[in-house]
Design a protein around this ligand. Structure first.
Ligand SMILES: Cc1cc2nc3c(=O)[nH]c(=O)nc-3n(C[C@H](O)[C@H](O)[C@H](O)COP(=O)(O)O)c2cc1C
Length: 370
C-alpha cells in the first residue's frame, strides 16, 4: 500500500511537520529523581525521524509523579535534563512536545521526594497496586481531597510546567487529560464528588481541565498547546457514567473556542474494536477544526486509511516506536517491524530502551539510529 498521506509533510499556519507519524507518549520510567539522563537524549534522538515526538508523561509537581521513576519538569535539574533531550532532537531535525501529567490518586508517596500527600478531587481510593522502591507492589493510598484553593494551585502547577517546557525549548506541551489521571478524575463523577465550583454539573467537572487549558494558552500560546483525552477508555479504575459523551462534547466545544493546536484522542483497542466509536470520532471531527490526532493499535496501512478518510490529521504510534527507532524509514521501505519486549517497557535501564537497532546499522552499533 502506498503511504502517500502518512509520509507527506503536514503544513498549517501554526506548525510544519515532516510527516504525519507521531511518536505517542510512552512512560519508560528510567528517570532517577525525575531527571531525564543521557539515555533519554539518545532514545529520543534515535526517534527524531517521527513528524512529532510526544515525550513520556512528565510530572508537574512531585506528588503528581504517579509511577516510580517518572520524569518531572518542576525543578531546575529536571529542566536541565530535558533541555539536553530537546537539543538532541532538534539537532536531528525533529520536533518534540512534552506531555504534562498530574497523576492525582494514581501514585504513592514513596515514589517522590518531599512530604506532599497524594491528592485527588475527592477521597476515593483507586483499586490496584502501585510499584514502589524495592520492587514492592502495594495498594494505592486513599488520596487527600484537594481544597478549592489546592485545586487552583494544581491549575497553576500545570501552567508553570508549561512555561518551564517552553523555557527549555520544547515545541509545545500536551496536557494529559486522559487515562484516569487528575484532570480525568475531575471529569468523572465517580472520583469527583465535590460540592464546590469544581464538582457536580458538566461545566463544573470540566472546569479544572479547562482552567488548565486557558491558563496554558495564555502563558505559552494556543499554537503550542495540545491535549490528550481518552473518552470511554476504562483506565485506572474510572467507570463509565451517564453523561460521559456529553461531557466530552462540552469539553471539545470549549477547546475549539480556545483554538488550541491539537486534540489527541487515545483509543483502547482490543479484539479489533476501539473504545472510541467511529460515530463519536466523526462528531469530534465536526466540532473541532484544528489538528486531530488518534492513537491506538495502528499499522502503517490503517493509519494511511484513516488519514485518507480525513477523519484525523495525524496518527500516533506507541509500541511500534519502542523496538523500531527508525519507524518512519521502515514504513517508507516497507520493512518488517521488530517486536518490542514488554519486560523492559517500564524498567530495565538501557536494555530495551536505547539498544534497539535501526535497520541499516550493524549489531555492534549502540547509536543505532544516529
Ligand atoms: C510502555 C508504554 C507506556 C505508555 N505511557 C503513556 C504515557 O506516558 N502517556 C500516555 O498518554 N499514554 C501512554 N501510553 C499509551 C500510548 O501512548 C498509546 O496510546 C498506546 O500504546 C496505543 O498505541 P499503540 O497501539 O500504537 O501502542 C503508553 C503505552 C505504552 C506501551
Amino acid at each position: 500500500m502506498k503511504l502517500n498521506k502518512l509520509l507527506s509533510p503536514l503544513v498549517t499556519d501554526t506548525i510544519t511537520l515532516k510527516n504525519r507519524v507521531v511518536m505517542a507518549p510512552m512512560s519508560r520510567r528510567r528517570a532517577q529523581n525525575g531527571v531525564p539522563n543521557s539515555s533519554y537524549e539518545l532514545y529520543f534522538a534515535q526517534r527524531a525521524g517521527a513528524g512529532l515526538i510526544i515525550t513520556d508523561n512528565t510530572a508537574v509537581t512531585a506528588n503528581g509523579t504517579g509511577y516510580l521513576n517518572v520524569p518531572g519538569i518542576y525543578n531546575e535539574a529536571q529542566k536541565a535534563g530535558w533541555k539536553k533531550v530537546v537539543d538532541a532532537v532538534h539537532a536531528r531535525g525533529g520536533k518534540i512536545i512534552v506531555q504534562l501529567v498530574h497523576a492525582g490518586r494514581i501514585g504513592h508517596s514513596l515514589n517522590y521526594e518531599g512530604n506532599e500527600p497524594i491528592v485527588a478531587p475527592s477521597a476515593v481510593q483507586a483499586s490496584g497496586v502501585m510499584r514502589i522502591p524495592g520492587d514492592l507492589h502495594v495498594p494505592m493510598p486513599v488520596p487527600k481531597a484537594l481544597t478549592t484553593e489546592g485545586t487552583k494551585a494544581m491549575v497553576q502547577a500545570h501552567i508553570q510546567a508549561a512555561i518551564n517546557a517552553i523555557e527549555v525549548g520544547f515545541d509545545g506541551v500536551e496536557i494529559h487529560g486522559a487515562h484516569g489521571f487528575l484532570p480525568e478524575q475531575f471529569l468523572n463523577p465517580h472520583t469527583n464528588r465535590r460540592t464546590d465550583e469544581y464538582g457536580g454539573s458538566i461545566e463544573n467537572r470540566s472546569r479544572f481541565l479547562l482552567e488548565i487549558m486557558k491558563g496554558v494558552v495564555a502563558a505559552i500560546g494556543k499554537e503550542k498547546t495540545g491535549i490528550r483525552l481518552s473518552p470511554f477508555a476504562r483506565i485506572n479504575d474510572l467507570p463509565a457514567y451517564e453523561e460521559e459523551a456529553e461531557t466530552y462534547k462540552y469539553v471539545i466545544d470549549e477547546l475549539q473556542k480556545l483554538d488550541i493546536l491539537y486534540i489527541h484522542l487515545s483509543a483502547l483497542v482490543s479484539d479489533g474494536s476501539s473504545s472510541i466509536p467511529t460515530a463519536f470520532l466523526q462528531d469530534v471531527r465536526s466540532r473541532f477544526n484544528n489538528l486531530l490526532m488518534l492513537a491506538g493499535g495502528f499499522t502503517a496501512a490503517s493509519a494511511e486509511n484513516i488519514l485518507q478518510q480525513n477523519l484525523v490529521n495525524l496518527v500516533a504510534f506507541g509500541k511500534p516506536f519502542i523496538a523500531n527507532p527508525d519507524l518512519v524509514e521502515r514504513f517508507r521501505n516497507n520493512t518488517e517491524l521488530a517486536i518490542p519486549d514488554p519486560e523492559t517497557f517500564y524498567q530495565g535501564g538501557d536494555a530495551g530502551y536505547i539498544d534497539y537497532p535501526a535497520i541499516h546499522t550493524n549489531e555492534r552499533s549502540h547509536c543505532a539510529a544516529l
